[in-house]
Design a protein around this ligand. Sequence first.
Ligand code: 3IO
Length: 340
Amino acid sequence: MKRKLAILLVGVLALGLLCSALTPPAANAQAVKLKYANFPPAPTFPCVQMERWKTEVEKRTGGKVAVQTFPGGTLLDAKNMLDGVIAGTADIGCTSMAYQPGRFIVTNATALPLGIPSAKVGSRVLWDLYEKYKPQEFADVKVLAMFTTAPNNIMSKVEVKKLEDLKGLDLRASGGAAEVLSAWGANPVGMPMPETVEALQKGVVKGLFSSLEVMKDFKFAETCKHVTMTDTSIYPFTVIMNMKSWEALPADVKKIFDDLRVEQSEWTGAYMDNHVKEAMEWSKTTQQVSVVNLSAAEKSAWNAKLQPLTAKWIAEAKTKGLAGEQIINDIQALIKKYSQ
Ligand code: 3IO
């Protein structure tokens, strides 16, 4: 009797071991589950990069980590992103730093008209700037990626060919991009990107100033039939993680996240640059969007108006105890380095 019981016990144990060995890692009940919040709709670039990060992480950790994504502000919206991640409402969040210009002073210096030529270059510049200065506002979070948009251009319902056309024109923009519009004499209206859809429909704004892939991703080409090329400034983005969630990760997972930081930032820049081209082809061929390229004389008049912005930023940074000049010099040197 005792012998039979022992054989049965061994059998049950062996079966149990076999079952756990056969369970695929993706179905692992021990998997770390992470909530990743994002503010714009799923088809837009911040969410495309989020899905790419999720796919890479789940693949590279062999299913040890499961990422649940929340596009469209369903978990946290743009302005609550940093605080929501610090509070643990989401483990990870992505936001555009232009929505809180006073909170991200150093990283928002990349939004000055300093000549970042592409999202790929901008993303490397922003990452290195962050690494060098490690600004205080990131002290309570783990930074997982930093990237920028492609250069900003004017998308509008009316054609903009010269500075006079911009006078008093209501255009949606945030942060550094809004300052650029002001310097040109336009009237910047601040709101996060997802609210622009309704503002354009209602006529609250006559256009916007941002990277051109939104012509397709938000279907702005349906209302904004004109694009004026300025290639002036960019919007910087950050992906941050709750510090407790980060610290709870196993060392091998931490290494995978760390190794992905620069790669993900660069991937997003490259995706953005390609997608802008594709979106403009679509806008021109299917939406009859026309493009204005400023003459050399006009462009130098526009650029002249932007001259005071950087000096003003440096002076303000100094009053906050920041090395304003050094930060600008660093950005300019990094642009050179990554443009080669
Ligand atoms: C942006 C924000 C959300 C979705 C797509 C986007 N393309 C460019 C931006 C830049 C930005 O943050 C903004 O507010 O223009």
